[in-house]
Design a protein around this ligand. Structure first.
Ligand code: NAP
Length: 255
């Protein structure tokens, strides 16, 4: 089945890692993709690569911590492709990693602005378009950190817990208008973020062997899966990719 063909996906944090993989994978399946991140050059390069391969893509610089920039991103998607069928709230940061009393308040607050308020900005800007067109899907990239406590990650754990709450609230308010809002908790993924975690040396996640991480393409396949009927099954919750059952459901390899 193809759940994204001729659909418009807006992806935040698409300059590298999971977001870039989602853009490349869904565009190859016939989706129209809108890539955004702060690095304009990087998202433009990936959009050009997709277009050169026969796909449909556009790119716009957007810092998700800025409400107006996120609204402008949704307007850009409507202008270029005429709809927003799927929003992937993927942009997220973990640095600087530090224990609570060693943390810098401004840096700590910056994580909340990006990881948590960035998702709020995305929901607020995309939902009116989705209601207007009869529905849509919003996938908030979550984490096991949303429901666990890890040393040095108070900023990250609490921001992902807040995202989980936003997923539940948005589902409560807009499910009956056709908007499916769910979270996707991918487990550990081989991206720059895991390299930063390893460098920190704090908590058991930094001790994981890199071979434990899944490739970002598996997360992209899961996003595609959740754009289909499975999405509504998990509306208002986090779909966790950590279990064997979840991987089987998506069609990923299991060890
Ligand atoms: P990554 O490789 O570090 O990529 C992060 C992306 O977010 C980049 O495209 C970055 O682009 C963008 N970004 C950062 N700050 C931004 C801002 N203020 N506005 C807009 N975009 C911003 O990390 P990743 O591993 O792909 O992570 C993607 C998502 O998955 C995050 O929400 C993360 O919490 C979640 N996640 C990751 C893992 C993992 O093991 N890797 C596990 C669970 C959940 P610019 O720097 O150009 O803005």
């Amino acid at each position: 089945m193809n759940y994204v063909e001729n659909k418009t996906l807006v992806i935040t944090g698409a300059s590298r890692g999971i977001g870039a993989a989602i853009a490349r994978y869904t565009a190859a399946m016939g989706a129209r993709v809108v890539l955004s991140a702060r690095s304009e050059a990087a998202v433009t390069e990936i959009a050009n690569e997709i277009t050169a391969a026969g796909g449909q893509a556009t790119a716009l610089a957007c810092d998700v911590s800025d409400c107006d920039q996120v609204s402008a991103l949704m307007d850009h998607a409507i202008q270029v492709f005429g709809s927003i069928d799927v929003l992937v709230n993927n942009a997220g940061v973990i640095e600087p990693i530090a224990r609570l009393i060693d943390s810098d308040p401004d840096a700590w607050g910056r994580i909340a602005d990006v990881n948590y308020k960035g998702v709020y900005h995305g929901l607020r800007a995309a939902i009116p378009h989705m209601i207007g067109q009869g529905g849509g899907t919003i996938i908030n990239i979550s984490s096991g950190a949303a429901t666990s406590a890890l040393e040095g990650w108070s900023h990250y754990c609490s921001s992902k817990a807040a995202v989980f709450s936003l997923t539940r609230c948005a589902d409560k308010e807009y499910r009956d208008q056709g908007v499916c809002v769910l979270g996707l908790s991918p487990g550990t993924v081989a991206t720059d973020m895991q390299a930063a975690i390893k460098n920190s040396g704090l908590n058991p996640v930094s001790q994981l062997d890199p071979s434990a991480h899944i490739p970002p393409e598996w997360v992209a396949k899961t996003v595609h899966h959740l754009c289909g009927p499975a999405g509504m099954t998990f509306a208002g919750t986090d779909f966790s990719l950590k279990s064997r059952d979840a991987k089987v459901q998506v069609g990923l390899p299991v060890s």
